[in-house]
Structures are given as structure tokens and as C-alpha cells.
Design a protein around this ligand. Structure first.
Ligand code: SAH
Length: 400
């Protein structure tokens, strides 16, 4: 018995006890335990694999530990884990199998979405032959984990490049040493992708997120089904919606405050043989000017950045959404199409429907909901982890 114990991986890693509140959270299916629910974690090294137990010492599962995040524990398995890099490789392969089954018509999609793929702290996006990796936690930053990630991705995709996008703010929060973005594998960091038959340049070193808003990919195709006439894409970034609408519309204008984003949007238009109008400016000011000068459109897309970064911003965010939607509705012709989005996790789907309904009421207009949508399926929503669901996209038509 003692010998068997000595060989068991179960006892190789540190143990962490959690409060009844933390245990209840795990039992409800959520993978996080907050620092306030962890007892005496002082001697646990940053980024460790830990055994999680309740106050009586009953084993609850295996987790990855962060010594700095408020989310101290992210569960990784309900059993003991002997070979963590092996488990990571297995989970990446499972994530890829899910995409092969449910993602179509694109060579640009999210391959690994952190907790939603049981790989907390890891994000991988595929852009054709270039992969983009984001590492968000102490545990995932460890060399054996990085090695497992790169080896598995190379084996599965044989990419021309794997580029790591570093968010310095996250490394600071996780108390990880500074690190520059750069290639983890191969030589290539830019390429061309195609989604829904529309082509886009990708430069792994530039832009927001890992380059594109892949979570909107299915919404681009849905919006294109309804779009018509003169279209305005507000917060257009590199032209995701605008370029999808172009084949269906007589004209498309994209608006964004970022000049580099618009320069890329223009290159993307050329790549697809289209000429679109791009306007650099503040969307709030522009909508105000356009609305007061009586400009009208047949299709309007609103896809602003997250207004509510935390719960505290909720009220302000709701005012922002209301104002935007109100202004857009004033410029929409009867029978027109409104595509309106929110990527703020803290604004729930019912909250967002209500704010758009409020805007319609204030504009003395009636909107019929055509589609109530969310994020693309390569950004899976895990039902017990509300944080995995954040994108709202309503497609509606103005009836009067
Ligand atoms: N619709 C885009 C994603 C939009 S992301 C797509 O599908 O790819 C939000 C965009 O809003 C960013 O490009 C950012 O530059 C822009 N932005 C942020 N604040 C703005 C403002 N006040 N006015 C105009 N654009 C703004």
C-alpha cells in the first residue's frame, strides 16, 4: 500500500482546500474557484497543477492554480492528472475534432476557446496556414505546456507559422515576466483567409484580438441574407460585415475611428474586387450629423466595442447602446434592416433586447426581429459557464 501510494501521481502535486461555497460552485459545473474561497494557498507555486479538496479533505478534482489572479483555481479534470502536457494535447485534438464537425465554409476560425474547450488560459485561432496563440495564465505559460501546444498544432495542421500574440496587461496581471509577441514556430505570420466566400488579409502581428472578429463570422453570412439597398457598417474595423454585404447592396459605407483598420478594410475590398467607401471618424458624432441632416439607409450594422468591461459600467453601457440604436433607427428607411450587436458579457441577451426595444419605442418605430443570434460555433458556449457566452447579434426589420 505505501509503495503504491508513492507511485501514484495523485500525491505528487500540492493540495488546495476550498470553502463550502467554492465546492458548491464546482458541483454546479463551473470550473472556477475564487481566491476568497481558497484556504491557505501560500506555499503553492504559481501555475501549479493542484489537487482540490473540500474542507474535510475529500478530493474534488485537479486544477491549474494562479497565485495572482482572483480566479485562483481553474478545474482541468475530475480525476488525478499524471501527464498534464499529454492531457493538453488530447484536449486540443478534441477541440479540433469539434470544429471539423461543426465549422464550415471557412479557413479562419477559433480552434481552442479556453474554458469552453476545457483548456483554461489557452486561445488558438486558425487563419488558413497561420495559427495564432494567446496564453492567458501562469499554468499555460509553463514551458512543457507551450511545447505540448506547439507540437500538437504542428502535428494537426502542419502550419507555415504559429504566432504568439502577447497581451502585456494580462502577463502583468498574472505576474508573468514580460514577453514580446513573435513566432513560436515556422516563418509565416501573414496570409489570406476566406470565409463564406469572402477573402481577407490576415497579419498576425497587427489588429485587435488575434487579427479578426472570428466570432462574427456566421453573423456576417446571416446579415448578408437580408441586406439590401444602401448600407452603412458602423464600427466596421477591417470590413467584416461591409464586405459580406457588398454583393447584396447598391452601396456600402464603412465607419471606424481606426485608420489602420480602414486601410486594411480597403485592401480587403480590393482583394474581393470591390470598391467601398470608408469613413474615419467617431461613430457617435457621425451618426448624430447624418441623422440630423436626414441621411437614410436601407441596411445598418452596429457592432461597437464592448461598452461594459465590468459590471460597474453596465448603466453607462446601456445608455451607449440605446443612443447608437436610436440614432440608427432614425436613419433607417421603412422595410430596412438593422443588424445590431453587443459583445459585452455584462449586458445579458434579455438586457440587450430590451435596450433595442427601448430605442425603437423612443424613435416611434416598430422593429420585427428576424434573428436573435450569438457567437459563431467555433466559440462554443458551455452551458454551465455563463462567461463563455458574450456576443449578441439581432437582425431586425423596420416595419413602419
Ligand atoms: N464589425 C467589426 C468589429 C468591430 S470591433 C468586424 O466584424 O470585424 C469595434 C470597432 O470599433 C474597432 O474597429 C474600433 O476601432 C472601433 N471603434 C471604437 N470606438 C469607436 C468610435 N467611437 N467610433 C468609431 N469606431 C470606433
Amino acid at each position: 500500500m505505501p509503495e503504491k501510494h508513492a507511485l501514484s501521481a495523485e500525491h505528487a502535486e500540492p493540495s488546495i482546500r476550498i470553502s463550502p461555497k467554492g465546492s458548491a460552485r464546482l458541483k454546479a459545473g463551473h470550473p472556477w474557484v475564487y481566491r476568497s474561497d481558497v484556504t491557505a494557498p501560500d506555499d503553492v507555486p504559481p501555475g501549479s497543477l493542484v489537487r482540490v479538496t473540500d474542507l474535510r479533505g475529500k478530493f474534488l478534482g485537479t486544477a491549474l492554480y494562479s497565485s495572482s489572479s482572483q480566479i485562483a483555481i481553474r478545474m482541468i479534470a475530475s480525476e488525478p492528472v499524471a501527464d498534464l502536457p499529454g492531457l493538453i494535447a488530447h484536449r486540443i485534438r478534441a477541440a479540433i475534432a469539434y470544429r471539423r464537425k461543426f465549422v464550415a465554409d471557412t479557413d479562419a476560425y477559433r480552434v481552442v476557446f479556453s474554458e469552453a474547450d476545457f483548456l483554461p488560459g489557452l486561445i488558438v485561432d486558425r487563419y488558413n496556414d497561420v495559427l495564432s496563440v494567446q496564453i492567458l495564465t501562469q499554468a499555460m505559460d509553463a514551458e512543457p505546456m507551450r511545447g505540448a501546444v506547439v507540437a500538437t498544432l504542428v502535428e494537426e495542421f502542419n502550419p507555415a507559422g504559429i504566432y504568439e500574440r502577447v497581451d502585456p496587461r494580462i502577463r502583468e496581471l498574472e505576474q508573468l515576466p514580460a514577453r514580446a509577441s513573435g513566432l513560436m514556430w515556422g516563418q509565416k505570420s501573414s496570409t489570406v483567409v476566406a470565409m463564406n466566400g469572402v477573402r481577407f488579409h490576415h497579419d498576425g502581428r497587427e489588429g485587435q484580438k488575434t487579427g479578426a472578429f472570428l466570432d462574427q463570422r456566421e453573423n456576417y453570412a446571416a446579415a448578408a441574407q437580408y441586406a439590401q439597398g444602401e448600407a452603412l457598417d458602423v464600427f466596421c474595423y477591417q470590413g467584416g460585415f461591409a464586405l459580406h454585404l457588398a454583393p447584396k447592396c447598391s452601396s456600402v459605407t464603412g465607419v471606424d475611428s481606426s485608420r489602420p483598420a480602414l486601410e486594411m478594410a480597403d485592401k480587403n475590398a480590393a482583394l474581393n474586387g470591390r470598391e467601398l467607401e470608408w469613413i474615419e471618424g467617431n461613430a457617435f458624432d457621425l451618426l448624430k450629423d447624418y441623422a440630423s441632416s436626414g441621411r437614410q439607409y436601407d441596411s445598418i450594422v452596429l457592432d461597437p466595442p464592448a461598452f461594459a468591461k465590468s459590471k460597474r459600467d453596465l448603466e453607462k453601457a446601456m445608455r451607449g447602446y440605446k443612443e447608437l440604436n436610436l440614432r440608427a433607427l432614425k436613419m433607417l428607411r421603412p422595410g430596412g434592416i438593422l443588424v445590431t450587436c453587443s459583445c459585452s458579457f455584462h449586458v445579458s441577451a434579455p438586457d440587450f433586447l430590451e435596450v433595442v426595444a427601448d430605442a425603437a419605442r423612443d424613435a416611434h418605430k416598430f422593429l420585427r426581429l428576424l434573428e436573435n443570434r450569438g457567437q459563431a460555433k467555433d466559440h462554443p458556449i458551455l452551458l454551465n459557464v455563463p462567461e463563455t457566452s458574450y456576443l449578441k447579434c439581432l437582425i431586425a426589420t423596420l416595419s413602419i
